[in-house]
Design a protein around this ligand. Structure first.
Ligand SMILES: NC(=O)c1ccc[n+]([C@@H]2O[C@H](COP(=O)([O-])OP(=O)(O)OC[C@H]3O[C@@H](n4cnc5c(N)ncnc54)[C@H](OP(=O)(O)O)[C@@H]3O)[C@@H](O)[C@H]2O)c1
Length: 266
């Protein structure tokens, strides 16, 4: 009860995958600032707990830590169960799902083992698809909720298996946003361009692999994305530069686009 005697509305709850670095770390900061409680999902438990402590101390929100490698089907199932839950007093339902975790492979398709490619596909496609499915079950039943899929401008271009995986997420999100709007669920796909995070560090790619003007600031990407989400948009492409690139990519021949495929790689 509040001091005036009226019941205190529960805080909304967001589940974010990959919240310990890069875009995910800024998403959880901004969501906590807006008063969201959080479920944090990634592999590194110590890092997750440290993010949870920081958010709890700074914003007085509550954080649930869910350690999961999204490649592992059993661990992914535990996340799906959390997302699909209709809620209980101890475990409220997830109001916003942010499918953000991802990584890029260091080498090109045939230089990777097929298992490496499979793990990549599991994180970039299988996990967000299954978590969307789980979220939509409870959100359509409650007639309320939101899903924000972090895809990539690469999904508009032929740039190997990474862009193919992101193209899947783009199309699924585009369709689902129309399909489930009538059920009270808002779905937005975010297409960042090259953004300064740990993503390229983990791929051992230096900043010089991409021309300076193409690098985006991570806070700007997230702030624009959340502003677009608030405005009810179904697609968010931060910055004019990348809006133009995404548009041009739909119309340029593959032979031209392939000339740029080594950008952001070693
Ligand atoms: N940075 C860019 O230039 C760029 C551009 C376009 C799109 N994106 C997309 O943006 C999203 C976020 O990328 P980022 O740049 O912020 O990357 P990042 O800084 O490397 O952060 C990746 C996050 O994902 C988690 N993660 C990675 N593999 C995981 C797994 N198997 N299971 C669970 N969690 C896992 C990491 O935590 P743990 O390692 O602890 O698991 C970390 O929290 C990705 O989907 C990426 O494809 C990035």
């Amino acid at each position: 009860m509040s001091s005036s005697g009226s019941p205190i509305a529960p805080r909304p709850l967001a589940l974010v995958t990959g919240p310990t670095a890069g875009l995910g770390r800024v998403f959880v900061d901004r969501l906590a600032r807006r008063g969201y409680d959080l479920v944090l999902v990634a592999r590194d438990e110590a890092r997750l707990k440290s993010v949870a402590d920081e958010l709890t101390t700074t914003y007085a929100v509550s954080c649930e830590v869910l350690v999961a490698d999204l490649v592992d089907r059993e661990q992914l199932k535990a996340v799906e169960d959390r997302v699909s839950s209709l809620g209980s007093p101890a475990r409220p339902p997830v109001d916003l799902l942010v499918n953000n975790a991802g990584f890029g492979l260091k080498r090109k398709f045939l230089s990777n083992t097929v298992e490496e490619e499979q793990a990549h596909l599991d994180v970039l496609v299988t996990a967000p698809m299954r978590l969307m499915h789980a979220a939509l079950r409870q959100m359509t039943e409650r007639h309320s909720g939101g899903i924000l899929n972090v895809s990539s401008v690469a999904g508009t271009q032929p740039r190997g298996s990474y862009s193919a995986a992101k193209a899947y997420l783009n199309r699924l999100g585009e369709w689902a946003a129309h399909e489930y709007a009538k059920d009270g669920v808002h779905i937005m796909t975010l297409l960042p361009g090259f953004t300064r995070t740990e993503f390229h560090q983990r791929m051992d790619v230096g900043r010089d692999a991409v021309p300076g003007p193409l690098w985006l600031d991570v806070e700007r990407v997230v702030d624009e994305a959340l502003a677009d989400f608030d405005a009810g948009k179904r697609l968010s492409i931060p910055t004019k530069r990348y809006k133009v690139i995404a548009h041009a990519s739909k119309h340029l021949p593959v032979s031209v686009l392939q000339r740029f495929q080594s950008l952001g790689r070693r």
